[in-house]
Design a protein around this ligand. Sequence first.
Ligand SMILES: Cc1cc2nc3c(=O)[nH]c(=O)nc-3n(C[C@H](O)[C@H](O)[C@H](O)COP(=O)(O)OP(=O)(O)OC[C@H]3O[C@@H](n4cnc5c(N)ncnc54)[C@H](O)[C@@H]3O)c2cc1C
Length: 443
Amino acid sequence: MVIIIGAGISGLTLALTLQQQGQDYVLLEAANQVGGYISTETNGHYQLERGPNSYLFDAETIRWITEDLGLGSQILMANDVSKHRFIWRKGRYRALPQNPLSLLFGGFFGWGTKAKILAELFRKPSTTPAETTIADFFGDRFGQEVLDYAVGPFVSGIYAGDVRKLLVGQTFGSVVRMADQEGSLIKAFAKSQKGVGRRQSLTFRDGMEVLPQAIAAHLDHLHLGHRVSQLKRQAHHWEVRVENANGVTEVLEGSQVALCMPAFAVADLVKDIMPQLAEAASKVVYPAMAAVHTAWRKQDIAQMPIGFGGLHPQPENRFALGNIWTSQVFDGRCPADQALFTAFVGGTTAPEKAQLPDDEILKQVIKEQQEAYRIKTEPAFKHIIRWQQAIPQFDINQLRAEQAYNDRDKSLGLSIMANWMGGISLSDCIRKGKEGLPSNLPK
Ligand SMILES: Cc1cc2nc3c(=O)[nH]c(=O)nc-3n(C[C@H](O)[C@H](O)[C@H](O)COP(=O)(O)OP(=O)(O)OC[C@H]3O[C@@H](n4cnc5c(N)ncnc54)[C@H](O)[C@@H]3O)c2cc1C
């Protein structure tokens, strides 16, 4: 039997895959609900996402959620305007160029940067060392302006991360491999887009948590309120100690364990059996973040760009990392005469801001939005959500943890299937879960 620990999107998808393959499994989840970081809160007339705000799915995954999971009528595609992304620069939001031609001929970048972009097209193939940071990789090719005003904000929008710390090979592995072969990153990117189906941004009418709940409804062996407190390796099997919500402890036996949980939780469980992995996993950085939801009366907003949202480059010294213009992206999130925004605060570039008291964070976010959108009133609604350990950083610590994991004795049948190995996006987690477990492990 495979014992899967953690019913976030990674563990749920893996459990469904094993069930469909006819494998014996059990899925144990400490919380009383599935989904992990995916969690939707309905608060009066407002539908708020506590964690991720959207899925980015290819056609095959959309077919899977529609046909296999029966969620067709629940799917809510992002509105067309969400193709437009904005960057805060010199006191206002400016539209980010959407294609290489507008990079060169539009007014977003200066002439020095345009010359660098052009020169990059003639770069020779080379090998990027494993410890190259995003800042080194992109800075070397395109210069500081692209790093500050395109790559940096993009990375902080996804990872709440610091380009000077994140490793490019760990974060954008396939892009680096292509660029190394091709020489030019722009050419490699253009080639990679040929024949690739468009990925679409979506959520569900009742929010992001519809998907984990739908997968859970298909599972025969899911146990909520079951926290795993200890893992032991016996001669031929695993012993897993589980404490349920009623305080009852039981010990399960399995031929394999799949750990679908954050690095710090894995570190705790494997400290006696795989101390090197535990040590490395305990160092994976999860910065604190706050998500602030505010709703404004549309009639009070004097200046509103139309798009997905606006990101704040570090040199601009804004309080929030950026804002998603949530009600422009998805319909039905707030009353029709209001606009709902989601601002993110903290991350690795400003962890201290996420530690400020709620009142202070709300005050700063509201002040910044009043200035940016020229609003003279107070918001109709405000709400703050905190994550003390938000998104794993694919920096040197994560690389070391991945190396320690790859060096483990694979015949023991311990796998890690979670967002801190091989990609944090929800589509990455689903892809890994659907691939299932390596086939050469003990049954
Ligand atoms: C604020 C925020 C915004 C994000 N936005 C997006 C976005 O818009 N799009 C996107 O694609 N991704 C986004 N992400 C990333 C994405 O949400 C995560 O990478 C993904 O949800 C992680 O899923 P997981 O299953 O790997 O882990 P988790 O969701 O962490 O699930 C792990 C599960 O393991 C359980 N567990 C832990 N320890 C034990 C134990 N001892 N016993 C039993 N169970 C245990 C936990 O309770 C939890 O349910 C965002 C993340 C955050 C934090």
